[in-house]
Design a protein around this ligand. Structure first.
Ligand SMILES: [Zn+2]
Length: 185
């Protein structure tokens, strides 16, 4: 999925806090939004869907982070837990998208996301055919609803910005390989 989908997913993860612990909701949402975008920084350094995507190892961090947040609850420990949880969800979610090829709609890549302990790539499931596909944009819109209606302030503003990015990205997605070939692996 495109980064906006993962960022919106972070807000969905935080949404229960608007009812359960409203004073923590914005912190949790912002941490989960950051964790949602973080793995995709490997578009710029290393190998995309490998260098910062850890579908197994992030969970190994999530569990102690949960214990730490439970024993020593503070803004930092709670934010850290939701950051890593969101990054873990992102890394697994990309498995259900297309491959990490330059033009994923051609469906020639069998590289969805790298599983480091196995030392191999998972083949793409293509429930979302490629990042920025119409179904990916629909997913972003649906997952953005809590950010728009349950939150206010920076979380709502960021959600609007992320939606704008998603619409523009989906509109130009098929021209990205020509516009920005450096994004290719
Ligand atoms: Zn990703």
């Amino acid at each position: 999925m495109m980064s906006p989908t993962h960022v919106a997913t972070g807000v969905v993860i935080a949404a229960p806090f608007t009812v359960l612990a409203p004073e923590l909701a914005a912190l949790v949402a912002l941490a989960a939004m950051a964790g949602g975008v973080f793995p995709d920084l490997d578009l710029f350094v290393g190998v995309h869907r490998k260098t910062l995507h850890f579908p197994v190892y992030y969970w190994a961090v999530v569990i102690p982070a949960a214990a730490l947040a439970a024993v020593v609850p503070s803004s930092a420990t709670i934010a850290a837990f939701f950051f890593f949880l969101s990054a873990a969800v992102h890394s697994v979610a990309d498995w259900f998208c297309g491959g990490n090829e330059l033009r994923p709609w051609e469906m020639t890549s069998e590289h969805a996301v790298f599983v480091h302990p196995l030392g191999r790539w998972l083949p793409p499931k293509r429930l979302v055919r490629w990042d920025g596909s119409p179904e990916d944009l629909l997913l972003t819109v649906l997952l953005s609803l809590p950010g728009l209606f349950l939150f206010e302030g920076p979380v709502r503003l960021l959600t609007v910005a992320v939606l704008v990015v998603a619409v523009v990205y989906a509109a130009v997605r098929k021209r990205v390989p020509d516009l920005a070939p450096w994004l290719a692996e």
